[in-house]
Design a protein around this ligand. Structure first.
Ligand code: ADP
Ligand code: MG
Length: 244
C-alpha cells in the first residue's frame, strides 16, 4: 500500500479514516493490527479485503494495482483470494455448522456438487477441530465453537489471505487461546497470510509483526519479539470439558 487514503463524506463533514498508509506485507506473514477505536483498523481491513476501495493512493496485490477495481472485479478477486472472520461470527441461526460452511460454495461460479460441498465443509470443520459438531446449530455451540465454524467458512474458497476483525473480541481468555491456535496453525501449515485486527496487545503477540494505527496512520511497525505459541499455552492450561 502506497500513501493509501480513505475519506467518508457524511452530510457536510468529511471523515479522514486513513490519512496515508504505507505498508508492505510479505506472503505468509501473520500481521496484527492494533490501535484505539476509530483509528482506522476496520477501514484498512475493508480495503485490504477488497470490500471497499481507497479514495487515494495505491494498493498493489501481488504487484497488480487493484485500487481502481470496480465492485465486480473486486468481488471476483475477493472470492478467489480472501476469507473473512468477524467478531460476531455472522453465522445463520437455525442452520447447522455444516450448512453454514457450505453456504459460500453455493455462490461460487463453479459451484461443486452437493456431495462435494458436504465433503469439503466436513473436512474444513475437521481442520478447525469441530468435525463432531457438524450438525449442531449456532445456538447449540459455544462462542469459541461458533468462531471455529466461521473460520471454516472463511476457508471455503481456499483463500491466500485471511482477514480477522477482532475475532476474539467476544471470547474469554481460554477460548481466545484456542482460536489463536487455529489461526497460527493455518498460517504455519497452510501458509495463509493472516491479518488480525485486535485492540488487545497480548493477542497481537501471537503474530509475527504488529502495526499500530492512530488517527488513520501507521505510527508503529515492529516485529513481535517473543512470539506466543497458542498450542503450547493451550496444552499447559488445566483440563476443562473436552472440546469435542
Ligand atoms: P476502527 O476499526 O479502528 O475502530 P474504523 O476504520 O471503523 O476504525 O473508523 C475510522 C474512522 O472512520 C472513524 O472516525 C469512523 O467513525 C469513520 N468511519 C468508518 N466507517 C465509516 C463510514 N462508513 N462512514 C463514515 N465514517 C466512517
Ligand atoms: Mg473496527
Amino acid at each position: 500500500m502506497v500513501d493509501l487514503k480513505k475519506s467518508y463524506v457524511v452530510g457536510d463533514v468529511t471523515v479522514h479514516a486513513l490519512r496515508g498508509v504505507n505498508l508492505d506485507l510479505a506472503r505468509g506473514t501473520f500481521l496484527a493490527v492494533v490501535g484505539a477505536s476509530g483509528s482506522g483498523k476496520s477501514t484498512f481491513m475493508n480495503i485490504t479485503g477488497l470490500l471497499d476501495r481507497p479514495t487515494a493512493g495505491r494498493y498493489l496485490l501481488e504487484g497488480e494495482d487493484v485500487s481502481g477495481f470496480d465492485r465486480d472485479l473486486r468481488a471476483q478477486l475477493r472470492n478467489r483470494k480472501i476469507g473473512f472472520v468477524f467478531q460476531n461470527f455472522n453465522l445463520l441461526p437455525r442452520t447447522t455448522a455444516l450448512e453454514n460452511v457450505e453456504l459460500p460454495m453455493l455462490y461460487s461460479p463453479d459451484a461443486p456438487s452437493a456431495a462435494d460441498r458436504h465433503a469439503k465443509a466436513q473436512r474444513l470443520l475437521d481442520i478447525v477441530g469441530l468435525g463432531p459438531r457438524a450438525h449442531h446449530t449456532p445456538s447449540q455451540l459455544s462462542g469459541g465453537q461458533q468462531q471455529r465454524v466461521a473460520i471454516a467458512r472463511a476457508l471455503v474458497n481456499d483463500p491466500e489471505i485471511l482477514l480477522a476483525d477482532e475475532p476474539t473480541g467476544n471470547l474469554d481468555t481460554r477460548t481466545s487461546i484456542e482460536i489463536m491456535e487455529v489461526l497460527q496453525r493455518l498460517n504455519r501449515e497452510k501458509g495463509i497470510t493472516i491479518i488480525l485486527i485486535t485492540h488487545e496487545h497480548d493477542i497481537a503477540e501471537y503474530a509475527h509483526r504488529e502495526v499500530t494505527f492512530r488517527d488513520g496512520r501507521v505510527v508503529s511497525d515492529r516485529l513481535v519479539q517473543s512470539r506466543r505459541d497458542a498450542a503450547q499455552e493451550r496444552a499447559a492450561l488445566p483440563e476443562e470439558e473436552a472440546v469435542t
